[in-house]
Design a protein around this ligand. Structure first.
Ligand code: SF4
Ligand code: SF4
Length: 229
C-alpha cells in the first residue's frame, strides 16, 4: 500500500494499473488539469451575474440584506468546508494522502476532514441540493423582486431602468442554467463521486469502479448498496 495512496484507490494508482481497465476514458477518474480550468471558467458568468444583480438591487432598491445573506451562505459553505465535509470527503479524489485536495473542481481546498469511503447519506444529499438551488435561484428571485419593485414605482424609475432590470434577471437565469448544463453533462456524467445527487454515471460503471476499489466496495456494501442489481 503506497503512502500517498493509503486506501489503494485506483484514481491515485500508477497509470500502469489502468491498462486492463474498461473504464479508461469513460470516467473522470484521473486528474486532468484542463478539466479544472474548464470548471473554473464555467462558473464565472453565473457568479458574476449573481453578484452584479444583488449589488444592483442594493443600489436601486436599497435592500442590501440579499447580498449579505448570499455572501454569508457561500462563505460558510465553501470557506468553512461544509461542502467538502458533506460531498468531497466521500470522493475518491479525497482519498489521496495530501494536505490539500487535487481534483477537477476544488483543487487547493484544505483537507480538514477524514476520508469517508461510504456513500453520502440522505441529510448530506438534501443539504447539497438545497445549497446548489440557493446559489443558482436566490439571485434570480431577488432580481425578479427588483422588477416588481421598479414596476410599482415606474414613475420614479422609468422604462429603460425597468428593461435593464429584466435583462439582468434573464441573463442571471441563463448563466445559472448554462453552468448547471455543463456541470451535469460534462462533469457529473463522468464523476467518480457516485453518491452525489447530481451524479448520473450508469450503475454498471459504478459497480466496475467499486470492484477495482475494495475499500470503497466494502463501505458501500455495508451501507446497503448491492452490486450487479
Ligand atoms: S477506473 Fe481506475 S483503473 Fe480504471 S481507468 Fe480509471 S483510474 Fe484507471
Ligand atoms: S466531489 Fe467533486 S469537488 Fe469534491 S473532491 Fe470529488 S471531484 Fe472534487
Amino acid at each position: 500500500m503506497s503512502n500517498k495512496n493509503p486506501y489503494s484507490i485506483c484514481t491515485w494508482s500508477e497509470e500502469s494499473a489502468c491498462i486492463d481497465c474498461g473504464l479508461q476514458g469513460k470516467l473522470n477518474c484521473k486528474l486532468n488539469p484542463w478539466d479544472f480550468t474548464f470548471f473554473m471558467l464555467n462558473q464565472v458568468p453565473s457568479l458574476v451575474m449573481a453578484l452584479f444583480g444583488l449589488v444592483l438591487i442594493g443600489l436601486l432598491v436599497g435592500a442590501w440584506w440579499p447580498l449579505i445573506a448570499y455572501a454569508i451562505v457561500c462563505v460558510a459553505f465553501w470557506g468553512l468546508g461544509v461542502e467538502t465535509r458533506i460531498l468531497c470527503s466521500h470522493c475518491p479524489y479525497w482519498a489521496e494522502d495530501s494536505k490539500t485536495l487535487h481534483c477537477w473542481a476544488l483543487t487547493g481546498s484544505p483537507k480538514i476532514w477524514r476520508y469517508r469511503p461510504e456513500p453520502m447519506n440522505k441529510l448530506e444529499k438534501a443539504t447539497l441540493v438545497l445549497f446548489f438551488s440557493f446559489v443558482v435561484l436566490f439571485p434570480v428571485f431577488i432580481e425578479a423582486y427588483g422588477i416588481w419593485f421598479m414596476s410599482v414605482k415606474y414613475a420614479e424609475f422609468g422604462l429603460y431602468a425597468l428593461l435593464g432590470m429584466i435583462g439582468v434577471t434573464v441573463a442571471t437565469l441563463m448563466a445559472g442554467l448554462q453552468f448547471l448544463y455543463i456541470l451535469m453533462f460534462y462533469f457529473c456524467s463522468k464523476c467518480v463521486n457516485f453518491s452525489c445527487p447530481l451524479n448520473h454515471v450508469p450503475k454498471s460503471m459504478v459497480d466496475e469502479y467499486l470492484e477495482r476499489n475494495p475499500v470503497m466496495k466494502e463501505a458501500w456494501e455495508k451501507s446497503g448498496y448491492k452490486l450487479g442489481e
